[in-house]
Design a protein around this ligand. Structure first.
Ligand SMILES: [Zn+2]
Length: 320
């Protein structure tokens, strides 16, 4: 059975996505996000195409862009970047951490049914090219391939619990995979509990930024529940030195849980992009970090599992 995932280049068989960057930011513009932090403004199609060409030249395949509507998403530009580079981008719907919205955003006022319908339309019909900034909705041919939710630091905010119920219904209706943002790797169990109660299969959930809390016992437990653990600290030494994430990955493989690891760049700053004159760039994980894994004894099969097979399973489900 061929499973497909929706991308900027249409539905893609998951077996042909190649090495998947499970968490990154190709375009990010407008809204509270870039007003508060101008370094987050990634609005140039040309610069994004330059980064994705390097990513592709280093052996990269599809990229999951994790900025949903209302906080910096621009799907017209994502499509333009994909058409210029041939790199398929998986588009997100759903909700980022609350710091990315004004406190009067509609997510706090609309009922659960209305929120479910808005999410369902993005997955089943096509995303809103106007990013649900309203009142006019402009459906694009591109459908959302991932739905996002977000935890807070050591807890899950009340309104998010309501949004998660709508996301659970969406997952049950469409099978769309879930991207769960964690703050510094905390509240993973709470997020999984809430998602599971809402009807989401934990084996279709990715918990992001988990390596910002590189606690093996915690990771073993979350992976044992079936969730994917997404790591993105390589190169970002401000969070932790790289050897900690390498050791964490080794221990997970040794515990039989290597099938649950996903990697993402999360290069959501101009100063991280070579195209804007910064570094290390989108391709760091393949150009520098993957050779390091080989040097540290990871086998070719293990590396392909992390880059190719694990994301395919997360995005398309276990039957694939
Ligand atoms: Zn991110």
């Amino acid at each position: 059975m061929t499973r497909t995932i929706e991308t900027t280049l249409g539905p893609f068989p998951v077996a042909t996505l190649g090495r998947v960057n499970a968490h990154d930011h190709v375009i990010l513009e407008g809204g509270v996000t870039t007003v508060n932090e101008p370094d987050f403004r990634l609005d140039s199609v040309d610069k994004a195409a330059e980064e994705l060409r390097r990513w592709r030249a280093s052996g990269g395949g599809a990229v999951v862009d994790t900025q949903p509507f209302g906080c910096g998403r621009n799907v017209d530009k994502l499509v333009a970047v994909s058409e210029a580079t041939g790199v398929p981008v998986v588009v997100s719907t759903g909700f980022q951490h609350r710091k990315f919205y004004l406190p009067d955003h509609w997510q706090y006022r609309y009922g659960e049914d209305a929120i479910y319908e808005l999410l369902l339309a993005e997955v089943a019909e096509g995303v809103d090219g106007n990013s649900y900034d309203g009142p006019v909705v402009r459906r694009l041919p591109v459908k959302a391939g991932v739905v996002k939710v977000a935890g807070d630091y050591n807890y899950v905010q009340e309104n998010m619990k309501r949004l998660i119920r709508a996301v659970g219904r969406l997952h049950q209706a469409t099978g769309v995979p879930v991207f769960a943002h964690t703050e510094h790797g905390t509240a993973g169990d709470e997020l999984l509990d809430l998602l599971e109660t809402a009807g989401v299969d934990p084996a279709r959930v990715m918990l992001s930024h988990l390596d910002r809390n590189p606690d093996f016992t915690l990771h073993r437990r979350l992976a044992g529940r079936g969730a994917y653990l997404q790591y993105d600290t390589p190169s970002r030494i401000k969070y932790q030195p790289e050897h900690l994430v390498v050791e964490l990955m080794r221990r997970l493989f040794d515990a039989g849980l290597g099938s649950q690891i996903l990697l993402g760049g999360d290069m959501a700053r101009r100063s991280y992009w070579q195209a804007y004159g910064g570094g290390p760039g989108f391709d760091y994980l393949l150009r520098v970090f993957t050779p390091r894994l080989r040097e540290e004894g990871f086998t070719g099969d293990e590396i392909e599992q992390i880059w190719v097979h694990n994301p395919a399973r997360w995005l398309a489900g276990r039957e694939q």
